[in-house]
Design a protein around this ligand. Structure first.
Ligand code: HPA
Length: 262
């Protein structure tokens, strides 16, 4: 593994582009997992490199169950990335995770069932069982927690943040039934999304540190008073992404300071 610190941000719904990090350069990276190359944006500055990958592809074309997670993570790995902040929209299940609030989960349960979940093939080396006890990197979680705290400290209206929690990954693209959300709740899940897996485990397989910054864009099905509509979710995404972008700027700054100090 290349050890020069190199941070990437994976953007989800509502975060198809990044600004404020310097001059962007587009880069195409081929892998054996996909015919067309993965399109990334690189920001090179004297303070260090940064990569940005819109998970759903340029123009947000791909629904969660059709994303080629292996091509995406392989591209970041081949670029030399060592650390990933993944931004995910979720439905809130925990009572503190109403629309507009943010979570930095520390565990996950994978309910997806029709995705390519590993780089290991039939002829794989014996190392195919990666340790996934703690699916998110503690270093990235701490970075995000500090960044969120700093942004909230400077804000007139702090955003509510869940500093822990269990992320449930469903297959989608449909939303859940009310009974499914009750089951996720009984299972101990605090939020539900469709893109957290297999992204997290693929990063682990390739030795990349990975953390999740989740924005709640709705209550899980059956938990809120209002019907779930795409319009209401999009409204929350529009409002919430301002905070997410500030947290990302802060995270990148802190990441660079940490690594410059070493
Ligand atoms: N369920 C699954 N994925 C989601 C949701 C949800 O309610 N909201 C945003 N992504």
């Amino acid at each position: 593994m290349n050890n020069t610190p190199f941070l990437a941000i994976i953007g989800g719904t509502g975060l198809g582009q990044l600004e404020g990090f310097g001059v962007p350069h587009s880069q195409l990276i081929k892998s054996r997992f996909q015919d067309e190359p993965v399109q990334l944006t690189l920001f090179d500055s004297k303070d260090g490199r940064l990569a940005f990958l819109p998970r759903h592809g340029a123009g947000h074309r791909l629904p969660p169950h059709l994303i080629n997670y292996r091509a995406n993570i392989r591209a970041l790995h081949d670029l030399g990335v060592t650390d990933i902040i993944a931004v995910n929209a979720v439905g809130g299940i925990h009572s503190h995770l109403g629309p507009g609030s943010v979570a930095i989960p520390e565990q996950l349960i994978d309910y997806s069932y029709a995705r390519a979940t590993s780089f290991f093939a039939a002829d794989a080396a014996p190392l195919m069982h990666v340790d996934f006890t703690h699916p998110y990197s503690n270093e990235i979680r701490q970075l995000l927690l500090h960044a969120v705290a700093a942004v909230n400290e400077a804000a007139d209206e702090p955003v509510s943040v869940l500093n822990h929690g269990v992320y449930a990954c469903t297959e989608g693209p449909r939303l859940e039934t009310a009974a499914e959300i009750q089951r996720l709740k009984r299972d101990g899940c605090d939020m539900v999304g469709m893109t957290g897996m297999p992204e997290a485990v693929l990063a682990r397989e390739l030795g990349l540190r990975y953390g999740c910054l989740a924005l709640s864009v709705n209550w899980g099905a059956g938990l809120g008073l209002d019907p779930l509509t795409l319009e209401s979710m999009q409204e929350v995404i529009q409002q919430g992404m301002g905070f997410i972008r500030q947290v990302l700027l802060q995270s990148v700054q802190m990441y660079r300071q940490q690594h410059a100090a070493r």
